[in-house]
Design a protein around this ligand. Structure first.
Ligand code: ATP
Length: 285
């Protein structure tokens, strides 16, 4: 079985509070995009399923998120055998784009079909929570408000058609390190989440783009903040309606109402960065 595993971007990312259990309560408007890995899921050749990809540094066994999802499905549904998963990675790794979570979600959908278990998306998303907090969103896809650690989802009106340019700078950012730098009481700038939701309801792309923000941008190390700022400025210079960092970074994206402007941004950023993509919003699964 062949499937696509769509990446996601954060139209907003806000941190509401630090919880007693050490995790943070988040509020994020998440959007699936057409930038995607391609997966092939087949019955396992050996006794234990493998996950092979074109990136040699990814784990191939039970530590690959695709195999973790297969194990979670078997355990929760009491159905399904071992599967081999072959992954063509297109979504950059450790980029704030939930590429691994997207692979996990695709395997949950594949196992559901291969076993004819007939689980609903909501049931699959619940299984996905055991694998990672972005997996439930990747199961449902589309446009959604994600709260809690990201697992409490409310579908939203779809992002209007647009072109999206995503650029991943060369450095990577450790998510726990970034959370460690956040002092919730000192967050000065926050996204206008309710304004973004209202703009989505009104089909107002410019209204969404104008209100996007990611609170992690305030706690980046200064030299990283400079580079993220430069990429955002390049996107806006080329005509993006708005630009923001996705997740815990370092990917930055811009929303464009005209594809020719997005193409111009793509070419400009490609002169400095290898991982630059032109894609669009993807709908719910
Ligand atoms: P998020 O936006 O959810 O924080 P991310 O984009 O920052 O995710 P991913 O690329 O989803 O990060 O995951 C990166 C980590 O997961 C790496 O440590 C990688 O080795 C591990 N991993 C395990 N399986 C996969 C997979 N199938 N694809 C990508 N990374 C995987």
């Amino acid at each position: 079985m062949e499937l696509s595993a769509n990446a996601k971007i954060n139209l907003t990312l806000d941190i509401l509070r630090r919880r007693e259990d050490g995790y943070h309560d988040l509020q994020m408007v998440m959007q699936s995009v057409t930038l995607a890995d391609r997966l092939t899921v087949t019955p396992a050749q050996g006794a234990v399923g493998q996950a092979v990809s074109d990136l040699h540094f990814l784990p191939t066994g039970g530590k690959n998120l695709a195999q973790m999802a297969a194990a979670a499905f078997r355990q929760a549904a009491g159905l399904g055998g071992q599967v081999d998963v072959s992954i063509q990675k297109r979504v950059p790794v450790c980029a704030g784009l939930a590429g691994g979570s997207a692979d996990a979600a695709a395997v949950l959908r594949a196992m559901n079909r291969l076993t004819s278990a007939g689980l609903s998306s909501v049931e699959l998303a619940k299984i996905g929570e055991r694998v990672g907090s972005d997996v439930p969103f990747c199961v449902l896809g589309g446009t959604a408000l994600a709260e809690g650690r990201g697992e409490r989802l409310t579908p939203l009106s779809p992002l209007p058609p647009c072109s999206i340019v995503i650029c991943k700078p060369h450095f990577s950012i450790s998510t726990p390190h970034l959370f460690g730098r956040v002092n919730v009481r000192k967050i000065v700038r926050r996204p206008d989440t309710s304004g973004v939701i209202a703009a989505l309801d009104a089909g107002d792309l410019a209204g969404v783009a104008r209100r996007m923000y990611n609170v992690f941008e305030d706690v980046l190390e200064p030299r990283r903040a400079v580079e993220i700022g430069e990429i955002k400025a390049a996107l806006i210079d080329c005509g993006a309606l708005g630009a923001s960092m996705s997740g815990s970074g370092p990917s930055v994206f811009g929303l464009f109402h005209r594809e020719d402007l997005a193409q111009e941004a793509l070419e400009r950023l490609r002169s400095s960065y290898r991982d630059v993509f032109l894609c669009g919003p993807a709908g719910a699964e």
